[in-house]
Design a protein around this ligand. Structure first.
Ligand code: WTA
Length: 653
């Protein structure tokens, strides 16, 4: 059997396999080669045409206003309502009976929600929020498990023009509090709990803790999912009472194309997460366009399943906004892939006859490790297209995905994009591109991406450099919430008028793009972005920790794993309990996804003479490699001290 979990990049230089689309796929594909020429010929006319996929109450006058660069305005003066586009217009077009969401709860409970029912519930939720005092412009925090109410809540906010800030349900009370605070959210929508790994977990206690310290919150709307006990406060309102009792009709207001749609926090290179701001018309245009072209989606015929959580950008753009704008029928699954058995996902594919599956390399590598016998027990022949997102996919994992899941019969789209880009930027076009295992291939029509050197010059083929975007795009972030300066500094300051994505990339001999991972201090663990600074600041907030340095070490399954080096305070006792306690502390501060896989107690950290921590050397230790060049260390003896580490704790969860 091939080992798909080896170093992601080792074989990519020698990767010469090409997979052209089958003639049958080409014959029915949404995309065509002409799209590239069309977009190149007149980029603005191209985007005008894409915006025409949507229903506008008033058409825009100017496609793009870039005069205030790097602050963009797309589809200037246009007026639009996102919820009307994602729900009402499909009902008005006669598709009220089409299933929008096949929900599959982890315990096995199911719900099929038609577009008509979705419209009713979105209107009810909008009315309930309005009754709680939410008006256009107010921020609403959403902290929910993967249940349909998450989608309904987002659409209800969009309907009211109240930007939502979805906080991943795995984040801690403190992470939730800081996000509520930063956005000054007025309402929080949550649930008593959800189901994961075969049991119910509580969500409400974290909200109670966060809200107690967040004075802007006036009301908390609580979905009953598990029926578990909850402590009730005077701010709490049950969803089933407030929403269930509200009217199913709601007159939508149409908002300016640049009206804020949502804020989504993501890790940057500092300890403070950034509130990435997305607006309305441009975002929805690119989400709908990419969902149509990249997934070759056929409304009414396909059954689409994106396995992301709504708490991440992938869930925003490819569970909620793109698919629903395109009248998709989709699967939404609440739980983990191995509950109650390791074939759960494939059972779901068989059950709903899923045709399009969009998931992450970490999941693919995990399934490959478990073995082909699990997918092998189910009929996966309904699948016709596979997607990947979140991290580089190594060629061996790509080939496993293609053959074991796709039966050698499905185009694979490896899609590169970011929370900041809002929608897919680099990807094969199914039916057009001759894919290569491990490569995201080319910028989509309408998008300009390049690989450049330190001076910002486009590099030669077969060389590594930085991935940049040198033309504005409709779904681009419009800023960092409340911090314009940080927006300019973070993304637009390295080269003039150029967006720096933070990723390394290279061209292969044929000029196709290969992503090489982050070049900044952002780690990518199972496709989740976590900054080293964020984890370090959580570590040093523990009473026993004096100093900390964190690195992302290569990991067979999760892409990168968090390894922490800590120096304890003099009075702290060095016991496995202390170290385990430090690990859990990070879970409490940020959430369990940020818990270091390993914590190593050391006496010193390797620093340059100017005091900068040499993470490269720590990475060598974390990856059990011989040390690289240590000549710039202030104290060369320090590495011997580190390697003989005093105590470590390793994740066993
Ligand atoms: C990485 C997720 C290689 C990249 C949509 C990027 C990828 C970061 C790919 C954004 C891919 C995402 N190939 N790397 N196909 N897709 N990445 O904001 O490092 O959670 O900068 O958005 O994930 O992560 P984010």
């Amino acid at each position: 059997m091939v080992d798909v979990t080896t170093d992601p990049f080792e074989s990519m230089l020698h990767e010469n396999r090409h997979f052209p689309p089958s003639p049958e796929f080409v014959a029915q594909a949404n995309a065509s080669l002409e799209l590239y020429a069309q977009a190149q010929g007149d980029r603005m006319a191209f985007w005008d045409e894409q915006a025409g996929r949507l229903h506008w109450d008033k058409r825009w006058t100017t496609t793009l206003d870039w005069s205030g660069a790097p602050f963009a305005k797309w589809f200037v003066d246009g007026r639009i309502n996102v919820a009307v586009n994602c729900v009402d217009r499909h009902v008005a077009d006669g598709f009220g009976d089409q299933v929008a969401i096949h929900f599959e709860g982890e315990p096995g409970d199911t719900r099929a929600i038609t577009y008509q029912q979705l419209q009713d519930e979105v209107c009810q939720a909008a009315n309930a929020l309005a009754a709680l005092g939410v008006v256009a412009g107010d921020r609403v925090a959403i902290y929910l498990p993967m249940i349909p109410e998450a989608v309904i809540a987002m659409l209800a906010c969009a309907r009211l023009g109240a930007p939502h800030s979805v906080v991943f349900g795995g984040f801690s009370a403190e992470a939730l509090r800081s996000r509520i605070d930063d956005a000054a959210a007025k309402v929080v929508i949550t649930a008593d709990g959800g189901y994961r790994r075969g049991s119910a977990f509580p969500l409400k206690p974290a909200v109670d803790e966060a809200v107690a310290a967040a004075p802007t919150v006036e009301h908390v709307l609580v979905v009953r999912r598990t029926g578990g006990d909850v402590v009730w406060t005077d701010k709490d309102v049950w969803w089933h009472e407030a929403v269930g009792g509200a009217s199913t009709t709601h007159d939508p207001e149409f908002f300016d194309s640049e009206h804020p749609l949502f804020i989504l926090y993501t890790s940057g290179t500092t300890g403070k997460p950034k509130g990435i701001l997305h607006t309305t018309g441009g975002y929805l245009t690119q989400a709908a366009y990419t969902h149509h072209m990249v997934f070759d989606h056929k409304p009414g015929a396909d059954v689409y399943w994106c396995t992301a959580d709504v708490g991440w950008i992938t869930g925003h753009s490819y569970i909620v906004y793109g698919p629903l704008a395109n009248r998709a029928t989709q699967v939404m699954y609440e739980g983990t892939p191995d509950t109650p058995h390791k074939g759960r996902w494939w059972e779901i594919v068989e059950k709903y006859r899923v045709t399009i599956l969009y998931t992450a390399p970490t999941a693919i590598r995990t399934f490959a490790k478990w073995g082909r016998e699990f997918p092998g027990q189910f009929d996966l022949t309904s699948l016709r297209l596979l997607g990947s997102v979140g991290e580089p996919i190594n060629p061996a994992a790509w080939m496993w995905y293609r053959s074991v899941i796709g039966g050698d019969n499905c185009p694979i789209v490896d899609t590169w994009w970011q929370t900041e880009t809002g929608a897919i930027m680099i990807s094969p076009l199914p039916g057009v591109t001759h894919t290569k295992p491990g490569s995201a291939m080319d910028p989509l029509p309408g998008i300009s991406a390049k690989v450049v050197d330190d001076d910002g010059n486009q590099i030669e083929r077969s060389e590594a450099g930085y991935l940049i975007l040198d033309e504005p795009w409709p779904a681009m972030l419009r800023g960092i919430w409340g911090d314009d300066e940080r927006y300019v500094e973070q993304y637009w300051s390295r080269w003039p008028q150029v967006y720096f994505a933070g990723d390394g990339a290279k061209y292969d001999r044929e000029g196709h793009i290969w992503l090489l991972g982050r070049v900044d201090d952002v780690m990518n663990v199972s496709g989740h972005r976590i900054s080293t600074a964020e984890v370090e600041s959580a570590l040093v907030s523990h009473a026993a920790v004096a100093e900390a340095a964190v690195v992302g070490a290569n990991d067979d399954t999760t892409g990168q794993a968090i390894v922490a080096f800590v120096i304890l305070r003099e009075n702290a006792d060095i016991s496995p309990d202390t170290v385990e306690n430090i690990r859990s502390h990070v879970g409490t501060e940020i959430g369990s996804i940020a818990k270091p896989k390993r914590v190593m107690v050391v006496k010193e950290l390797p620093k340059t003479r100017s005091g900068k921590i040499m993470r490269r050397l720590l990475r060598d230790v974390a990856e059990n490699r011989d040390l690289g060049d240590t000549s710039t260390l202030a104290d060369p003896a320090v590495m011997a001290l580190i390697s003989s580490g005093l105590a470590t704790a390793t994740d066993t969860d």
